[in-house]
Structures are given as structure tokens and as C-alpha cells.
Design a protein around this ligand. Structure first.
Ligand code: CA
Length: 563
């Protein structure tokens, strides 16, 4: 009957109409576990990335509500940029946080192969790592050319529809020598090199391909030494503060993948560009590993892998950072909430705690760690993991238990049709299993409200630290894994009509009945742009036949169709 995208409704006034009813979507929440189940948290937090996938989705996906989307990405430049992950609750593909997240997942896997295999989660995390790196290789269209973003922040954020039915233009943007972006190219190099290391044993050809791209990208990044071009589109969303950290991080991963010491040397050389604390020569220690500053991860890897005198500098640097987050450094310490979350910042407070807790756990597992600090780190890591899972009285991991959030700031999970975050339906139609939300304010204050994007957005980079942390917790404390974990849902009400009699006159031979019918597209399993919708309207004309009329005496007309 008409083309219709989700979010719109169609009104047809004609001699027709029919009502259809559907069920209501239901999501089953597990009963709260007696103690924290790190196995569940690990497997669910990996699953989150399945909901973030852009492009043609694999048949192996474990849910029935995500569909293909972004299939024309890159078409504006005649390149195939399909794939990758959407960034958060929106649908821009920002390659800086995406690459950061994939590198963190790879680090988690490389460091924890034994527990990934034991838990059966190796195939899922490896699939996600590959998904991103396949996309990053598509973005790397020449030695000195790299697409760093698909979708415009302003165009994308003006919309509130599911990924599968988005209608806005999705321009793609590239880095060249004339439009430089060293952080994003180096971050992609780090992702590709860590991916190469993750795949080295199982698919050496793929690993070699990733590594070749990584080397080319880091060379490109070092030639540019500028983020001026990148900031034009990504600035304001993921503004880059510095690229020195990214270049060190990338070189470090290439060193680990190749053993070629020139990369270790380069990683250390670029550390001269890392920030220092005010009025001090100490390498900055008052933040943590995140998409904008990966020097924390780099210095830990450098400490672990450089046993020379030069490596000591990085051991001191990471220990300063771990002190700051735990017992304090020179009288200064990160803020803690009353219920025990190490609280660095309002925006996505949990992601910082999760990332730092992973670093702490990683440090504690290092055989050259300071033993007292290692013990402190173990306690700290567990306390932060437990905070995420429920020690404050509620969980912040969606799907984990009955206290978990259900209303994240995520368009596709909302499944709305009004192009409005605050619009219908009030409750999200899908359960975004495994997403860790932004988190509480500094007084453990939090409300599970979709419009509160500061505390209730979810993002690729938020979950990266969470996965890595939960992997460590599973290694240390165990947990159970549901090998049949899936996010399949009962399909709710999708396509239906409302109708009613608009006007009628039955008094004479030219009598009529006019029916108004509205066709709704509320599809969400997955959301679909629909066309050729039809419905039937049945009229009992037996009285007319008895009175001597024939079927041909009836006329069917449409006097108004919205489309
Ligand atoms: Ca950076």
C-alpha cells in the first residue's frame, strides 16, 4: 500500500480496514545470583558488541533483533566501508574509540588465552576483534590514506531511529597527508597489530595481513605528526588530546607481534611526548587508560617487556598511577564514592574504574610486580568489578540480574517509532545484554533513564575495560558460563492497523460507508523499512443482495491517501 519507514504512520481513508493485534515483547531477567558471577559478566559483556555491529550481519549472531544496516557506507567515495561497530547508542563509526576498544579486547585475549579457552568465550571475542579489524583494513585504502569516520555526528545525532531504518546521509571522512590524523591512524595500527598477535596461532595468513596494515599505518602516523585534519569531523565528539601516546602504544603492539626491537625503541622515543604532572617530571598518572590516552597501557606493556634500565622508568610510571588509584600518591588520590567506586569523572564513571582495575589486575599478574602493590591491586580490581556487578545494591551490567539497568541511551535497543528518545514506547523494547552503562555520580546516585546520556549511555570503549576486567576476575575467582547464552526475544507487536467508521449514510440507494484506517509500522525484530503493505476489509452485503442489488452495484473508492 505504501512505503513506510519505522517511525512514520500511514493514514488511508478508504472503504477498507482491518484490525490486527500482536503480543508484547518480554525479556526474562535471571534471578539475582548469591555471589558475583564473573563468568556470566564476561560472556555477557562480550555479547554487547554483537548489538553494535554495522553492515551485513553474520548468521551466527545470538539475537533476533539486530539486522543489516549501513550497507552503503563508503559509497559517497566509491569505497566499501561497511562493517565495524557503531560507537555507542548512536550510529556513527568513530574509528578512534573503535580501534581502542578492539585493541583492549585483543589485549585481554592475548593475556588470557587459557581462560578464554576454558570459558568457551575465545570464539566470541576473536570474532569481535576480527570484525573491527576487517573494517579497519577496508578503511586503509592506501599507504597514506585512511578513512577515520563514517557518519556525521551532527546529522546522526539529530535522529532517533534504529540502525536498520536510519535515513540520514552517512558521509565518510579520510586522513591524508594534507588532512592529518596521527592519533586515529596509530590507534588503528595498535588494533591491527594486537589482532595479528591474537590470530598468530590460529590464522597466520590473516595475522600477517593485519600486521602489514599496522606497520604501514604507524609509518603514516609518524610522518604526519598532527591531528589537525581528524579534529575537523571528530572534534567535539572524540577530540584527540595527543597522538604521542597512540604512536607509542601502536609501536609497542607491533614489537610484541614481531619481536623487532626497533619498534620497542620507537615506542620509548615517543614517550617524550606524553604529558607530565604539573611542576614535575613524573609521567602523568592521574587519569587512566582510555580512548584519548593510551600511554597508561603502553607504559605497563613497556615495563613488562623491557627489562633494561630504560624499562624501569615505565615501571615507576605505572606504579605511580596504581598508587594514585588505590592508596594515594604524594597525598593525592582519586575520589571514591561512599559505596566504593573509584570515581574519576562524571562521564562514564564506570569505564574508567573498569579500565584501571584491568591495569591493576594485569600488573598484579606480572612476575616482577612489587608484591605489596600487587596485593593492593588485586583487592582494588575485585572491589571495582564487584561495584559494577552489584556491591552498591544494584548492578550496572545490563542483563546481569534483576537489579540491572534496562533503559540505556541506545537507539536500536529502544526500538521507538517516534524519532524521539523520550517518545514511545516508554520502556525499551530490547534488552541490551552485556552493556555496562556510564555509571553513577560521585555519590552513587544513578537513575535508569534513557534520556540521561551522561550516566546511562553505553559505548564500545566503556565495555572494553569491562570485558578485560571480568576476564581477569573469571581467571582469579571463577564463575559459571551459560554456553547457550543468547538474546533472542519474543517478537512484540510490529505491524498493525487501527480503523473506524469515519462517516456513513444508509438512507438511500447511494448510501456509503467511509472507513478511516491507519497502518502502523512498529517493527523492531529487527526494525524494517516496509513497502507493499496491504490489508483487507470485509463487508457483509447479504441484506443488499436480498433487496435485489448485485455485487457490481458496490463501488470501492479511496478519497484520501496520505502516501
Ligand atoms: Ca591519544
Amino acid at each position: 500500500m505504501r512505503k513506510n519507514s519505522t517511525g512514520n504512520r500511514v493514514m488511508v481513508m478508504a472503504l477498507s480496514g482491518m484490525m490486527m493485534a500482536g503480543g508484547i515483547a518480554a525479556c526474562n531477567l535471571p534471578v539475582q545470583a548469591a555471589s558475583y558471577n564473573y563468568g556470566r559478566a564476561l560472556s555477557e559483556s562480550i555479547m554487547f558488541y554483537e548489538f553494535q555491529k554495522s553492515g551485513k550481519l553474520p548468521s551466527t549472531q545470538r539475537n533476533n533483533w539486530r539486522g543489516d544496516s549501513g550497507l552503503k557506507d563508503g559509497a559517497d567515495h566509491n569505497v566499501d566501508l561497511t562493517g565495524g561497530w557503531y560507537d555507542a547508542g548512536d550510529m556513527v563509526k568513530f574509528n578512534l574509540p573503535m580501534s581502542y576498544s578492539a585493541a583492549m579486547l585483543a589485549w585481554s585475549y592475548i593475556d588470557g588465552k587459557s581462560y578464554y579457552r576454558k570459558s568457551g568465550q575465545d570464539k566470541y571475542i576473536l570474532d569481535e576483534i576480527k570484525w573491527v579489524n576487517d573494517y579497519l583494513m577496508k578503511c586503509h585504502t592506501g599507504d597514506n590514506e585512511f578513512y577515520y569516520q563514517v557518519g556525521s555526528g551532527s546529522l546522526d545525532h539529530a535522529s532517533w531511529t534504529a540502525a536498520e531504518v536510519m535515513q540520514m546521509d552517512r558521509p565518510s571522512y579520510k586522513i591524508t597527508m594534507d588532512n592529518p590524523g596521527s592519533a586515529v591512524t596509530a590507534e588503528a595500527a595498535a588494533s591491527l597489530a594486537s589482532c595479528a598477535l591474537a590470530y598468530k596461532d590460529t590464522d597466520s595468513a590473516y595475522a600477517a595481513k593485519c600486521l602489514a596494515h599496522a606497520k604501514s599505518l604507524v609509518t603514516f602516523s609518524e610522518k604526519m605528526k598532527s591531528d589537525a585534519g581528524y579534529q575537523k569531523q571528530a572534534g567535539g565528539y572524540y577530540t584527540s588530546s595527543s597522538f604521542y601516546d597512540d604512536i607509542s602504544w601502536a609501536n609497542m603492539w607491533i614489537y610484541l607481534a614481531t619481536g623487532d626491537k626497533s619498534y620497542l625503541k620507537a615506542a620509548e622515543n615517543y614517550s617524550s611526548g606524553w604529558g607530565t604532572e604539573n611542576q614535575s617530571s613524573d609521567i602523568s598518572y592521574k587519569w587512566t587508560q582510555c580512548w584519548d590516552d593510551v600511554h597508561y597501557g603502553a607504559e605497563l606493556l613497556m615495563a613488562e617487556n623491557d627489562s633494561s634500565a630504560a624499562g624501569k622508568k615505565y615501571k615507576t610510571a605505572i606504579e605511580n598511577n596504581l598508587d594514585y588509584w588505590t592508596t594515594g600518591k604524594d597525598g593525592a588520590k582519586v575520589k571514591y564514592t561512599p559505596k566504593g567506586l573509584a570515581w574519576l569523572d562524571q562521564w562514564g564513571s564506570l569505564r574508567y574504574a573498569a579500565a584501571e582495575a584491568f591495569l591493576a589486575s594485569e600488573y598484579a599478574d606480572w612476575n616482577s610486580a612489587d608484591q605489596d602493590l600487587a596485593k593492593t591491586c588485586e583487592k582494588f580490581a575485585k572491589s571495582q568489578a564487584d561495584y559494577i556487578l552489584g556491591s552498591s545494591g544494584r548492578s550496572y551490567l545490563i542483563g546481569y540480574d534483576s537489579t540491572s539497568p534496562t533503559q540505556p541511551h541506545h537507539r536500536t535497543a529502544h526500538g521507538g517509532w517516534e524519532n524521539n528518545c523520550a517518545g514511545a514506547p516508554e520502556k525499551s523494547r530490547h534488552l541490551l545484554v552485556g552493556a555496562m552503562v556510564g555509571g553513577p555520580g560521585s555519590n552513587d546516585d544513578y537513575s535508569d533513564v534513557r534520556t540521561d546520556y551522561v550516566s546511562n549511555e553505553v559505548a564500545d570503549d566503556y565495555n572494553a575495560g569491562c570485558v578485560a576486567l571480568m576476564g581477569k576476575m573469571y581467571q582469579d575467582y571463577g564463575g559459571t558460563i551459560d554456553s547457550n547464552l543468547n538474546a533472542d526475544e519474543t517478537v512484540g507487536e510490529e505491524l498493525y492497523l487501527e480503523d473506524g467508521i469515519n462517516a456513513q449514510d444508509k438512507t438511500n440507494a447511494s448510501s456509503f460507508i467511509e472507513v478511516k484506517a491507519v497502518v502502523y509500522n512498529h517493527t523492531a525484530w529487527p526494525a524494517r523499512v516496509t513497502d507493499k503493505l496491504s490489508y483487507r476489509y470485509f463487508v457483509d452485503i447479504s441484506d443488499a443482495l436480498k433487496a435485489g442489488y448485485k455485487a457490481s452495484d458496490f463501488k470501492v473508492t479511496s478519497n484520501y491517501t496520505q502516501d
